[in-house]
Design a protein around this ligand. Structure first.
Ligand code: NAD
Length: 481
């Protein structure tokens, strides 16, 4: 039975959104040379929130030039200890302004306020604190002799965790002594622009952080600019491939964080109630807009019926609706394009013969919504078992032996994450060694920490973000030079 809850809406009065935003270049908000703007909307209501500048090649060049100047004149001249002071200051400002930032993220992205407030924002601040701590210790971090910054970093991020992806990119880059030009995703620019204001509040020298907004063309102009030394990209495998091709033959250092199709593996000795919570957070957290989502559930055959019954029962208690309501578990899909992609792939599940189930839930009239969906009777050949859906859709497969679980889990072009649920520690270690995934969670799922490296194998990309290895992506050492 699920309890009735009275609405508990978060107030949006903590943020004042202007009607239009410029680009953040060389410490100031400036009008785009392109003269072009696009609208950003609240995906839960389709209300227009603001007009955002669409940077063209000229704008991108201005931003890269500002970043180069700041690198040469100020940032590369500062000691690690001085850089750390700025990063600590930014981290504290993020904490101070976290309510405002969480509200903004929810309005622009559609994710539940509870998640923006309790997961995204604490992790964003933690990333800045963590990398602030490294800035003066690079020589002693075991990264190689005489580590040095690369120069100007071009950074392109997706819309699923806008501010968190920004922190994964900007914090290690600045700690290592680089300056940056970052392009947020076109549907979620607002928190990056607020972050620009935080940089000013922190008195960060002009040009160290530049934010250029726009779509794919702006991203392409940035990563293909001749004066960037490093590209960090998080997004789809398709775009990652194009960027890798464009960067080939140049001296630009490249890290790619791409898609995933993770297996969440439930053995018959797993604590079923806890595993159900892990399955739910694995695929329904952030509406399934998670690159490392546990989108393929592999259940040992003898507990399949028990697990599915408990899972369906749990899903009937999830509340879908207004993301600004603190009771909401499942918010809006980020855009009508993404809703279209989810719908198309889920429909392919129907036509290929899988069995669809969703709890009874009313979808709001306006905005973009998709109910939590579970497909059973899925085979390895089905598109919903192979392709990344990036939405609240779970594909359930079964296995009999650990060897079969490994075989099925690894049978994917991706390799970002995996989950193992069992009471046996020895089985966890044995399975983890055989799974080709950058992150393997045991008896938990979708847990993140700035100290822990994150990244993929195969078509999930290369390079690691987070932890000490995350610094290496922004440094060159004496051994390499
Ligand atoms: P996307 O690749 O379409 O867009 C990502 C970003 O790249 C956006 O800012 C976009 O404007 C920009 N872009 C588009 N075309 C470009 C080009 N030719 N050159 C440079 N930049 C370009 O992906 P999306 O649909 O916004 O994001 C979802 C994808 O991101 C999923 O596949 C998901 O798995 C992946 N993702 C991966 C991670 C990870 O850490 N591995 C994290 C989050 C999301």
């Amino acid at each position: 039975m699920s309890f009735e809850y009275a609405p508990a809406p978060e107030s949006r009065s903590v943020v004042t959104i202007e009607s239009s935003y410029g680009l953040f270049i060389d410490g100031d908000f400036v009008d785009p040379a392109s003269g072009a703007y696009f609208k950003t909307i609240n995906p839960a209501t389709e209300e227009v929130l603001a007009e955002i500048s669409e940077a063209n090649d000229v704008d991108v060049d201005r931003a890269v030039t500002a970043a180069r100047r700041a690198y040469e004149r100020t940032w590369s001249k500062l000691s690690g200890r001085e850089r750390a002071k700025y990063l600590f200051r930014i981290a504290r400002l993020i904490q101070e302004r976290s309510r405002e930032l969480a509200v903004l993220e929810t309005l622009d992205n559609g994710k539940p306020i509870r998640e923006a407030r309790d997961v995204d924002l604490p992790l964003v601040a933690a990333h800045f604190f963590y990398y602030a701590g490294w800035a003066d210790k690079l020589d002693h971090a075991g990264l190689g002799p005489n580590p040095r910054a690369l120069g100007v970093a071009a950074q392109v991020i997706p819309w699923n965790f806008p501010l968190l992806m920004l922190s994964w990119k900007i914090a290690p880059a600045l700690a290592a002594g680089n300056t940056v030009v970052l392009k947020p995703a076109e549907t979620t620019s607002l928190t990056a622009l607020w972050f620009a204001d935080i940089c000013r509040q922190a008195d960060l020298p002009a040009g160290v952080v530049n934010i250029v907004t726009g779509g794919g063309e702006t991203g392409r102009a940035l990563v293909e600019h001749g004066d960037v030394n490093k590209i960090a990209f998080t997004g789809s495998t398709q775009v990652g491939r194009a960027i890798a091709a464009a960067a080939a033959g140049t001296s630009k250092k490249l890290t790619l964080e791409l898609g995933g199709k993770a297996a969440n593996i439930i053995f018959d000795d797993a604590p079923i109630d806890q595993a159900i919570e892990g399955i739910v957070s694995g695929i329904f957290f952030n509406q399934g807009h998670v690159c490392c989502a546990g989108s393929r559930l592999l259940v040992q055959e003898n507990v399949h019926d028990e697990v599915l019954a408990a899972l369906k029962q749990r899903l009937t208690t999830l509340r879908l609706g207004d993301p600004m309501d603190k009771n909401t578990d499942i918010g809006a899909i980020n855009s009508s394009e993404q809703l279209g992609r989810i719908t198309e792939l889920a429909n392919a599940g129907d036509s290929e013969g899988a069995i669809r189930w969703s709890p009874a839930c009313d979808l709001p009239d306006r905005g973009f919504w998709y109910p939590p969906t579970v497909f059973t009777g899925v085979t390895q050949a089905h598109r919903i078992a192979r392709e990344e859906i990036f939405g609240p859709v779970l594909s359930v497969l079964t296995f009999r032996t650990p060897a079969e679980a490994v075989e099925k889990a690894n049978n994917t072009p991706y390799g970002l994450s995996a989950g193992i649920w069992t009471e046996k520690g020895s089985r966890i270690l044995q399975m983890a060694q055989q799974l080709r995934a950058g992150v393997v969670w045991a008896n938990t799922f979708n847990r993140f920490d700035p100290t822990s490296p994150f990244g993929g194998y195969k078509e999930s990309g290369y390079g690691r973000e987070g932890g000490r290895p995350g610094l290496l992506a922004y440094l060159t050492t004496g051994a390499e030079r």
